[in-house]
Write a protein that binds this ligand. Structure first.
Ligand code: NAP
Length: 268
C-alpha cells in the first residue's frame, strides 16, 4: 500500500521552501499527496504549526500519524531539524513506521438550560479565563467538592502540553507515557472565603474534574491556540480523552532529552 501524506507549513519562506523540497522528494519516492485522508501529516514550522495540523486532522486521529519539522529552535512536537531533512525523507519513504501515542485532554462544556453540550479535544491544554473580573468556580473532583477557586483562571493540560503554558504557571513536567491531566492555577485569591490548594493537581485517567461557575460570566475557553467565548456555562468537564494522538517515530529522541535540550542547554 502506498503511503498517503499531507504537508502543512507555518507559512514563512523557510518553512514553505522545506515543504516544496519534501513534496518533490516524497513524490519521487512514490508516496501519494492526499490532503483529505493522509496516513502521515508532516508539519513544518514549530510546535504551534503542529497544534494547527492536529486540529485540522482531529477527525481522523486513529488513522493519521504526525511528524514535526522545526524551522526555528528545537520543539517538543516538531523535533526534526531542517539539517536532518534528507534522513527524515529516507526514513519516511522506508515505511512502515513505528508509532508512539500521547494522551489527550477531553473537555465537555455544558450550557445552562436545554442547549447541546460541546465536546473538544486538546493536545496541549484548555484554559478558562474571563474578561469580566475574576473567574469564580466550584471545583469538583470525582463527584466531590474539592475547592472554590477565585482568580485569573485555570489551566488544564496534557502531559505533552505540560512543557507549554502549564510550565509557565509553575506546573510539573509530566512524561507523556503517563495518562493524566494537570490542573494549574492562575493567580488564585486566597482569603477566608476562598481557599485553594495552591499546588498543581495531577489527575489519573477516569478521575473527572468538573468546573462549575458560581457567577453569570462570559468565559474565554481556549483549547490549544483556539479561543471560544461562552456565556451561560453550567459546567466544564475535564478528563483524559479516550482518543490519543499518534506520532511517527523514526529514531529515539527521549522526552527527557527534549526537555533538557529545550530548557537547560542543547550544547553537546
Ligand atoms: P504562541 O503564543 O505563538 O506560541 C506559544 C509558544 O509555546 C511557542 O514558542 C510554541 O513553540 C510553544 N509551544 C507550543 N506547544 C508547546 C509544547 N507542548 N511544549 C513546549 N512549548 C510549546 O501560540 P501558538 O504557537 O499558537 O501555541 C499555542 C500554545 O501557546 C498554547 O497551547 C499554550 O500552551 C501556549 N501558551 C503559552 C503561554 C505561556 O507560556 N505563558 C501563554 C499562552 C499560551 P513554537 O515556537 O515551536 O511554535
Amino acid at each position: 500500500m502506498r503511503v498517503k501524506y499531507a504537508l502543512t507549513s507555518k507559512g514563512d519562506s523557510v518553512s514553505d521552501e522545506i515543504l516544496a523540497k519534501m513534496k518533490n522528494y516524497l513524490t519521487e519516492f512514490n508516496l501519494v499527496l492526499d490532503d483529505e485522508e493522509p496516513d502521515l501529516v508532516i508539519s513544518i514550522g514549530g510546535d504551534g504549526t503542529l497544534l494547527e495540523a492536529f486540529h485540522t486532522y482531529i477527525h481522523r486521529l486513529d488513522k493519521t500519524a504526525f511528524i514535526g519539522v522545526h524551522t526555528g529552535h528545537l520543539g517538543f512536537y516538531a523535533d526534526w531539524m531542517p539539517k536532518e531533512l534528507e534522513k527524515l525523507i529516507i526514513e519516511v519513504a522506508r515505511t512502515p513506521f513505528q508509532v508512539v501515542e500521547y494522551p489527550l485532554l477531553e473537555i465537555t462544556i455544558r450550557p445552562k438550560g436545554d442547549g447541546e453540550e460541546d465536546r473538544f479535544l486538546a493536545l496541549n491544554e484548555c484554559s478558562v479565563k474571563t474578561a469580566e473580573g475574576s473567574v469564580v468556580l466550584d471545583v469538583e473532583i470525582k463527584g466531590e467538592h474539592f475547592e472554590t477557586f477565585r482568580g485569573d483562571g485555570l489551566c488544564i493540560s496534557t502531559p505533552s502540553g505540560s512543557t507549554a503554558y502549564n510550565k509557565a504557571l509553575g506546573g510539573a513536567i509530566i512524561h507523556p507515557s503517563l495518562e493524566a491531566i494537570q490542573i494549574t492555577e492562575m493567580a488564585s485569591i486566597n482569603n477566608r472565603v476562598f481557599r485553594t490548594v495552591g499546588s498543581p493537581l495531577i489527575l489519573p485517567k477516569h478521575h473527572t474534574c468538573l468546573l462549575k461557575p458560581l457567577h453569570d460570566r462570559s468565559f474565554m475557553i481556549t483549547l490549544d491556540h483556539i479561543t471560544r467565548q461562552y456565556s451561560d456555562v453550567k459546567s466544564i468537564q475535564c478528563r483524559v480523552a479516550r482518543e490519543k494522538v499518534r506520532f511517527a517515530r523514526f529514531r529515539p529522541f527521549p522526552f527527557w532529552k527534549r526537555v533538557h535540550d529545550s530548557f537547560i542547554t542543547d550544547e553537546q
